[in-house]
Design a protein around this ligand. Structure first.
Ligand code: GDP
Ligand code: MG
Length: 339
């Protein structure tokens, strides 16, 4: 693949952006060098994570959200929108039935929208790092809004979600009355909760259930004072960031219903982050997280290169036969790799 001119990426030239994305996704040497040139030009975009269980309508919602941004934001120029779809079952990546595609609004002819699907390759290791790279390319290329879609399931998805400034958690009615699908960890990362498929029966119930769950997770300041300090009243893993209570919104992604409200909530969250000094804090947290994810993946890859598969199998066998503890095994495996 030819060398990509970083200036062409920064100017937002589509071909250069496409090429840069591929080089980054392939973890190529060129991609790595390109990111060094692009990185000083990043930090301007609003990164929006969209996560939730499969089938809740995330891809449809992201598609509709991009459309809504492009067609109904007042002012002279709507923002340019990039989408990184990490969900391997996403219609963006052709994973869904063809019939589903018909329901997506048409973004294809709009030069202000760029959709990139990332095939998750076997193991999820490194996926967050690759996503971060793709996001940086879009950021440097001047896309003001970058939407990252992931399936809310495991640690990798939580890693990806924490790359964002604003995280939208999508739920849908009928996926279990007590909202089994919403894991506590996922709820905690939500800045905005959306009950999509609000055209379906049971949407009201889901809205109410989520609002109740949130009331527990985000007690009003009065309640907190009443029961003592926040740090003792709230579980340790809930951040004492009380200035924002996640709104719970209803949308119908197939028709566009509720998207003006969703955009308004996203802008409100951005304004909140900016005015409360939270933007900078979150930016630092985001970059720290990005570094840690990369470091963890790099260490693991480095270790995998160094360790002999037999040593690993042998040590694992000893743990399974209860001859050594898992802790001892870790010592052996780290020593064995001579990092
Ligand atoms: N009735 C209804 N169906 C929807 C809505 N949003 C998405 N869908 C459908 O739900 C299915 C899954 O949507 P998709 O966007 O692929 O979900 P994802 O797996 O979360 O990305 C598709 O058949 C969509 O057409 C909605 O608001 N109402
Ligand atoms: Mg999807």
């Amino acid at each position: 693949m030819p060398v990509t001119n970083p200036q062409a990426v920064i100017r937002g030239e589509r071909l250069a952006v496409t090429r840069a994305l591929t080089q980054v996704e392939n973890n190529s040497r060129e991609g790595y060098k390109l990111l060094e040139e692009l990185f000083p030009h990043t930090g301007r975009a609003h990164l929006i994570g969209v996560t939730g269980a499969p089938g809740t309508g995330k891809s449809t919602l992201v598609n509709q959200l991009a459309y809504a941004y492009r067609h109904s934001v007042e002012g002279n120029s709507p923002p340019r929108i990039a989408v990184v779809a990490v969900d391997p079952t996403s219609p963006f990546s052709g994973g869904a039935l063809l019939g589903d595609r018909v329901r997506m609004v048409d973004l294809a002819g709009d030069p202000g929208v760029f959709v990139r699907s990332m095939a998750s390759r076997g193991s999820l290791g490194g996926l967050a790092g690759t996503t971060a790279g793709l996001v940086q390319v879009f950021d440097a290329a001047g896309f003001e809004i970058i939407i990252i879609e992931t399936v809310g399931a495991g640690q990798a998805e939580v890693d990806i979600a924490s790359l964002a400034h604003t995280t939208i958690v999508v739920e849908a009615p009928g996926l279990g009355d007590d909202i089994q699908t919403i894991k506590a960890g996922i709820l905690e990362i939500a800045d905005i909760l959306v009950v999509n498929k609000s055209d379906k029966p049971g949407a009201d119930h889901t809205l109410r259930a989520l609002r109740n769950m949130l009331a527990l997770a985000h007690p009003l300041p009065e309640d907190v004072q009443h029961h003592g300090t926040l740090s003792t009243a709230a579980p340790a893993d809930i951040e004492p960031e009380t200035g924002w209570t996640p709104p719970v919104l209803a949308t119908t992604a197939t028709t566009g219903e509720g998207f003006q409200e969703l955009i308004a909530a996203i802008e409100e969250h951005r304004d909140y982050l900016k005015s409360a000094g939270e933007w900078q804090i979150r930016e630092e947290k985001r970059l720290k997280n990005e570094l840690e994810v990369l470091l963890r993946d790099a260490l693991r890859a480095h270790w995998e290169e160094k360790i002999a598969p037999e040593t690993y199998q042998e040590t694992l066998g000893k743990v399974i036969r209860r001859q050594i503890t898992p802790w001892r095994a870790v010592d052996i495996l780290l020593e064995g790799a001579r990092l």
